[in-house]
Design a protein around this ligand. Structure first.
Ligand SMILES: [Zn+2]
Length: 58
């Protein structure tokens, strides 16, 4: 087995290359910019009624 540095990449902290990834569980409404509330398998906007199902954001 060659001494590759694959373990270092897996053990090290995630690189700050994709800041959007940190918002994967907190989405905002594209219509009114309100925060979407997590309801089971959906994200719902209480302001305008917009929602995303899990099939849309996973
Ligand atoms: Zn909304």
């Amino acid at each position: 087995m060659p001494p590759i540095s694959a373990s270092e990449a897996a053990a090290g902290p995630p690189p700050p290359a994709c800041p959007i990834a940190t918002e994967h569980h907190s989405r905002f409404c594209p219509t009114c910019s309100s925060r979407l509330e997590d309801s089971r398998c959906k994200l719902i906007c209480r302001t305008c009624g917009y929602f995303l199902s899990c099939a849309d954001f996973y």
